[in-house]
Write a protein that binds this ligand. Structure first.
Ligand SMILES: C[S@@+](CC[C@H](N)C(=O)[O-])C[C@H]1O[C@@H](n2cnc3c(N)ncnc32)[C@H](O)[C@@H]1O
Length: 843
């Protein structure tokens, strides 16, 4: 039993110890006093009041029995306790052992009262007041400890201490007093125990009351809230409650409330973020209609929460201090594109890198430069010389600052590369049937730079080697013809290598000159690019042989079916087409000029057969008129172009920065070097395919000039209909023309004008020298009139004469005689003079 926990924390152990000690003490008491009843037991429970009382009586009896032999020398029952024997060493000043203290009986009233708490008793203020230590006799003898620290005297040593009779007397008196006090104290303890119990009960009851009160208050506030929000409309639940309140008496209601505390009801928001955020106006309606709409709306309540998009509008238009707040876009709006892919084995390069001999062979033509003279207001816009020539402006060739100038696309690209993914704006995607592709992650303005096509710059020899050895088994090649007969191999290169071909592309691949060096980049087309769009450009793929032709899967309306230029029709087909066009033109001309054949054939023609004479004449007149009008328009266009060119030249001459000779040199250079390249690179992508017959064989990359020749139709082939189209879209021609053009044009615009002038003269020449009958054969024609290259003023006159002479009913005879005739006197017959109407009459 001694091994059990006997700490003051443990109530059970304390109770057990009480019982144990009492058991142990029983024989002691019995032995010490025969008067003590053997049935005397310590109280074991709070209800054991009888036991407590009996204990008290037992104590009293004990004291009484002690009192009987009240002679001073008579041994006290305490002295007779045999337990004192082992305690003898204590008298020598040694601290009593734990086992020795077993005899000390402790009555904890708090435990008995059930109010003990599990706190070390030494910290409890009342502890020592309520606890009696030691055997009953000692307790009786000693007065109740006034202070908690005062210990009850050790009973075993006491008898030995009471040796003096005076002291014994004193002790007896004290014991008597203690007996009296103890009895009263026990009564006090009982009272206190009951008081404590009552206190506990009170606390429990008051706590319950408090809880009930709180619950009632909550429910009351809830019902108030409900009544205010529902504004008189009572729900069935509410009415039931009300009915209940009326019928039940107050006590029942209180009891009900106590038992069933209602949970907090959910409060629905009737106003909040989106309430009232409807649009004030409807853009589709007029102002007055909107006003009427607003008026009619005023009385109406907004029943449905408006769409969140209007909240953004409100926030933006409102006062930022009051209505502005941060918000997050949902992920699929912020990032609408599917996950981007990773390409294995793609080594990224951000700029061109020369490989092998390429660097040594690369010609750096320092003369190849351009200069612009733009104003800050223009900001190097559409009219910027550098922009037209595909030169990037920089501090050396542009008078504007970087902020003012808008013609620095590659610089813009560099800045963008430092930004985030959105700035960069492109990513690799997987297409359905074309392998990888590139899509826009942002929008691009029309003609805005998107990404540079960069990679390894290699020579043709190196390219061939790679094709034979490295890319032997590959199906896709990333080779593009570049400057100086070099090739960009973007197998290691920028993302631009993944851009696929389309017959209706949304981008263009253009070569620019940046800081004197050529660079290729993908630019947005004229429609611009939307986020998520796949980027494409026209490869103008050169398959070299029919075996290498690849099927195009661009899926556009005007798809050519193959990657590359539209397959040429067989020669005989082309010829027949040309002959058909020619035949048609001839027939029309015959109709116009009324040749015998045409008029003869007319009745046989099923078309003509149905036409009456009047309608034939009408049609003929219309044709004549339209031909004349076209001629006039062409002439005017040529004149206009010439004027424009002259104006530009004057402006340029004013700038005085370049001498005339220098400017013509620059012009020659531009026309020879830059323009053809710019044009030819534009839509040319070379993708090398191994020949099926000879694996690894490589066709040499065609030179730019070859490409140009291929892409630019020869002037001879542009007879008739093609000549007109050539006039509409002037091309930047090779330098051959510029050498003959001794004008001071150096701008591309003036160059185009000059070209136009030349082209516009083309239709006249065959008419004059080929088909047109001379109004009067010149006996001694001037040599200059035979020249077809440079038309002089006489040529023009001849042409005009021809036109006036052949157009029926128009200016016939009314035109003044050509000046040349007057000069030479040719055609003036002897004995004849002109009359006032210009006709020759006899003298
Ligand atoms: C420069 S790569 C373009 C990227 C390539 N799709 C890839 O996955 O790496 C050129 C090759 O892509 C394919 N390609 C590009 N555009 C195509 C189109 N419109 N139709 C079919 N194949 C195309 C062809 O195989 C072509 O040889």
């Amino acid at each position: 039993m001694a091994e059990r926990d006997q700490s003051p924390h443990s109530t059970s152990s304390t109770l057990c110890s009480i019982a144990a000690r009492m058991e142990q003490e029983e024989p002691v008491s019995r032995s010490s006093s025969t008067a003590s009843p053997p049935t005397s037991t310590p109280p074991t429970s709070l209800g054991d009041e009888v036991s407590i009382l009996s204990e008290v009586s037992k104590m009293e009896q004990a004291v009484e029995t002690q009192e009987e032999p009240s002679t001073p020398l008579a041994p006290t029952p305490v002295q007779a306790v045999p337990q004192s024997a082992p305690e003898a060493p204590n008298s020598e000043g040694r601290r009593p052992t734990r086992s020795s203290r077993k005899s000390v009986t402790t009555y904890n009233v708090q435990i008995l009262a059930g109010t003990a708490i599990h706190t070390p008793t030494k910290y409890l203020e009342k502890h020592h007041k309520n606890v009696l230590h030691g055997p009953i006799e000692t307790v009786v003898k000693t007065s109740p400890a006034p202070t908690p620290k005062k210990r009850t005297p050790r009973p075993k040593t006491e008898p030995t201490d009471i040796s003096d009779p005076a002291e014994q007397q004193l002790a007896t008196e004290v014991a008597q007093a203690a007996q009296r006090r103890t009895s009263s104290r026990v009564t006090d303890l009982r009272r206190e125990a009951f008081r404590n119990l009552a206190g506990v009960g009170e606390a429990v009851i008051s706590g319950g009351k408090q809880l009930m009160h709180n619950a009632l208050r909550r429910s009351a506030s809830d019902s108030r809230l409900r009544s205010s929000t529902t504004s008189g409309l009572s729900s069935p639940r509410r009415s039931r409650t009300a009915r209940g309140a009326e019928t039940e008496d107050d006590a029942d209601e209180e009891e009900d409330d106590t038992v069933y505390v209602k949970p907090k009801t959910k409060q629905w928001l009737v106003q909040g973020l989106y309430v009232g955020q409807d649009r004030d106006f409807d853009a589709r309606l007029s102002e007055s209609q909107n006003r009427a709409r607003r008026k009619s709306r005023q009385s109406k309540d907004n029943k449905i929460l408006p769409l969140p998009m209007f909240s953004g509008e409100r926030m933006l238009s409102g006062d930022p201090h009051t209505s502005y707040r941060d918000f997050k876009l949902s992920y699929d709006i912020y990032n609408p594109l599917p996950r981007k892919v990773k390409v294995d084995g793609w080594v990224k390069l951000h700029k061109n890198r020369f490989i092998g001999d390429a660097s040594a062979l690369w010609k750096r033509d320092k003369q190849d430069s351009s200069q612009c003279y733009c104003d800050p207001e223009d900001g190097c816009g559409e009219a910027c010389h550098n922009r037209i020539m595909a030169y990037e402006c920089d501090n050396t060739n542009c008078p504007l600052t970087a902020e003012q100038c808008q013609n620095r696309p590659f610089a813009q690209l560099k800045k963008r590369a430092k930004g985030n993914g959105y700035d960069y704006g492109v990513e690799v995607m997987e297409t359905e049937d074309k392998g990888y592709g590139v899509r826009a992650m942002r929008s691009f303005e029309p003609h805005q730079i998107i990404v540079e096509y960069a990679g390894e710059i290699i020579t043709q020899t190196e390219c061939e080697r790679r094709m034979k050895q490295v890319y032997k088994k590959d199906k896709c090649y990333y080779l593009m013809s570049f400057d100086n007969k070099m090739i960009i191999d973007a197998t290691r290169g920028t993302i631009a290598r993944f851009v696929n071909h389309s017959c209706e592309p949304n981008c263009e691949m253009i070569k620019w000159t940046v800081g004197g060096e050529p660079r290729m980049a993908l630019f947005a087309g004229r429609r611009g690019i939307m986020t998520g769009e796949e980027l494409t450009y026209d490869y103008n793929f050169d398959p070299f042989s029919s075996k290498n032709i690849q099927e195009c899967r661009c899926g556009t309306k005007s798809c050519r079916g193959v990657l590359g230029p539209k397959p040429k029709k067989p020669a005989h087909e082309e010829k027949s087409m040309a002959s058909m066009i020619l035949a048609g033109t001839k027939r029309k001309l015959q109709e116009v000029f009324g040749s015998g054949r045409g008029s003869e054939s007319a009745p046989n023609s099923p078309k003509k057969r149905n036409m009456g004479n009047a309608s034939t004449t009408k049609a003929r007149n219309a044709l004549v008129q339209s031909a004349a009008a076209r001629e006039r328009a062409e002439r005017e266009a040529a004149e206009h172009a010439a004027q424009l060119a002259a104006r530009k030249n004057r402006a340029l001459a004013r700038s005085k920065s370049v001498t005339l000779s220098k400017r013509s040199t620059v012009l020659r250079k531009h026309t020879r070097a830059s323009m053809p390249n710019h044009k030819s690179i534009r839509h040319t992508t070379f993708s090398f395919k191994r020949k099926a017959s000879k694996p690894g064989a490589l066709k040499p990359v065609k030179h730019m000039s070859t490409m140009l020749r291929r892409s630019t139709p020869a002037p001879k082939a542009k007879k008739g209909l093609r000549a007109a189209s050539a006039l509409k879209t002037p091309r930047r021609s090779p330098s051959s023309d510029s050498s003959s053009d001794a004008s001071v044009n150096i701008t591309p615009a003036s160059l185009r004008s000059a070209k136009k002038m030349k082209q516009s003269t083309i239709p006249f020449k065959p008419l004059k020298f080929g088909n047109a009958p001379s109004p009067s054969p010149s006996p001694s024609p001037s040599p200059s009139t035979d020249s077809m290259c440079v038309p002089d003023s006489e040529d023009e006159d001849w042409g005009r004469d021809f036109a006036s002479a052949n157009v029926k009913g128009k200016k016939r005879g009314s035109a003044p005689a050509p000046r040349s005739m007057h000069k030479t006197g040719a055609g003036v017959r002897k004995g004849r003079v002109r009359n006032s109407r210009g006709r020759f009459v006899k003298k």
